[in-house]
Design a protein around this ligand. Structure first.
Ligand SMILES: Cc1cc2nc3c(=O)[nH]c(=O)nc-3n(C[C@H](O)[C@H](O)[C@H](O)COP(=O)(O)OP(=O)(O)OC[C@H]3O[C@@H](n4cnc5c(N)ncnc54)[C@H](O)[C@@H]3O)c2cc1C
Length: 458
């Protein structure tokens, strides 16, 4: 039996179909393995569809095309609308389905909890988490949107500091200005224009003074300083490169503030809240200082900010799946290799599924760097495009590296008898019949939501 024929006797399950999952599926399929990709959503685009703000039109479309080209092939069965841990029990998948291996590529979807005792009682009222906020922003224009609805308030507080928190604070300001421009001045500007040109430029163009709009600016509150924001990766570990990167991060943040008119409050952590009649009305912060990279709260340095809306954007962690072990928020791994999941012979984890962090370090190895020119001339789209494309390519190359070893391990396992292969086909066929799935391209085509840019063209 040649190796491709032998590999065909193995079925591998991948959980999650986005950047990491599609890369892994493609490599396995090209090696002759049969693969089932289980995806909890209708579409396999993960953070690209639901986490990347919808003004990144080209970037989103290109990443989606790439995922499609990897998943739409003969050896891959795509099984959407199927959440492992809910629709199928994880241990059932491991023990009873007969897969030679199971690869977790389920990313990081659970918002890290805002560390204030009992604050979650205001969830989806005065407190919103980043993932559901961006989901709402990206999908609220769809006719059949049935998710949560948010009304953005004046004086919104965004707690965060990473790239995603900048997206959140931009969304808040763009939505507020878009609405108030219409209410106060009868001026209609779409969000794509506000995002691209910047709020400051558009107000100038229409000769509108920001104060006339009666908007309470959103505040981005970060526990470190602008220099510490992960907006620029240093070229290498030398002091000079780190300093250059810090200065670029500071400059970038200033540009963002100039364009989108939000306030930035560094070196502060949220510690408590004030409520009136069961509503959150203020958040209590404490000033901190950074000593040797560590954050130290300063005694008696509390201050309150009045607000009706807090958006927590302090990171995402892998969603826990029953049957797997975790250490705090990270998936517990075996010690000897970075992709072996603890407690199993044939379960592997790749991409952001382990800690929630992608392999950003890798970008030094492969990376193109953001240049000063890009920062000055095309701040938002270009800089972010470069970061995300680079980051996703790094995830893909890391996945490819891991898959080389995983392929070897799978091929060393016992080949599966035809009856097991057939059982997997039958079970996945049954899911396909239930949800009306015929093939990858017609399914993704049918379920791709209407895009805002298309609606605005009409
Ligand atoms: C706005 C934004 C901010 C970002 N910030 C960061 C950052 O700070 N740090 C960083 O490292 N990367 C960040 N990224 C990069 C991003 O995480 C990667 O680009 C990429 O999306 C990760 O790919 P993935 O396949 O590992 O995970 P995901 O894109 O999250 O894909 C996981 C897939 O698994 C599916 N899934 C999840 N659970 C299950 C289940 N139980 N059963 C079946 N299917 C499941 C999901 O639906 C999804 O399709 C950011 C991206 C964006 C768009």
């Amino acid at each position: 039996m040649n190796s491709a024929t032998a590999f065909k006797k193995h079925y591998v399950a991948i959980i999650g179909g986005s950047i990491s999952g599609s890369e892994a599926a493609n490599i396995l399929a090209k090696n002759g393995f049969r693969v089932v990709v289980f995806e909890m959503n209708k579409l396999p685009y993960g953070k690209i569809e639901d986490g990347l703000p919808n003004w990144h039109i080209n970037l989103r479309n290109r990443q989606i095309n790439e995922i499609d080209s990897k998943l739409d092939q003969e050896n891959i069965r795509f099984v959407p609308n199927t959440k492992i841990g809910k629709d199928i029990d994880f241990l059932d998948l491991v023990n009873n389905w007969g897969f030679s291996a199971i690869i977790l590529a389920n990313g990081a979807w659970q918002d890290r909890g805002l560390p204030i005792l009992e604050i979650d009682k205001f969830l989806d009222k005065e407190l919103i988490y980043q993932n559901s906020f961006i989901y709402w922003f990206n999908h609220k224009h769809e006719k059949d949107y049935d998710g949560l609805n948010y009304t953005i308030k004046n004086n919104t507080i965004v707690v965060g500091g990473g790239l995603a928190s900048l997206d959140v604070v931009k969304i808040v300001m763009i939505e507020l200005v878009k609405k108030q421009l219409f209410v106060k001045k009868g001026i209609e500007v779409d969000l794509f224009t506000l995002e691209k040109e910047g709020i400051n430029t558009i107000l100038e163009e229409y000769n509108v003074d920001f104060n006339e709009l009666e908007i309470g600016k959103a505040k981005l509150i970060y526990r470190r300083t602008a220099k510490d924001m992960p907006l620029k990766t240093p070229k290498d570990d030398t002091k000079e490169s780190i300093e250059i990167a810090e200065n670029v991060s500071e400059k970038l943040l200033n540009k963002y503030q100039e364009k989108y008119l939000f306030e930035f409050i560094p070196l502060s952590i949220p510690v408590n809240f004030v409520e009136k009649e069961n509503k959150l009305t203020e958040v209590v912060f404490q000033k901190v200082q950074v000593e040797n990279g560590k954050i130290k709260p300063i005694e008696n340095s509390f201050f309150n900010i009045k607000t009706e809306m807090v958006i927590s954007s302090i990171g995402s962690v892998p969603e826990k799946i029953d049957g797997l072990q975790y250490e705090y928020t990270s998936l517990k791994m075996r010690e000897e290799a970075d992709y072996h999941v603890f407690g199993f012979e044939n379960v592997f984890a790749i991409g952001n599924a382990v800690t929630g962090r992608g392999n950003i370090q890798e970008s030094k190895k492969h990376g193109q760097q953001m240049t000063e020119k890009i920062i000055d001339k095309h701040l938002t789209e270009e800089a972010f495009k470069l970061w995300l494309t680079n980051h996703n390519n790094n995830i893909r190359s890391k996945v490819a590296e891991q898959l080389n070893s995983i392929v070897k391990e799978i091929s060393d396992t016992k080949i599966q008898p035809e009856s097991i292969i057939q059982k997997i086909i039958n079970k996945t066929d049954a899911i396909h019949t239930k949800i009306g799935y015929t093939n990858y391209s017609s399914w993704t085509h049918k379920n791709l939501p209407v895009r805002l840019e298309e609606l605005l063209k009409k």
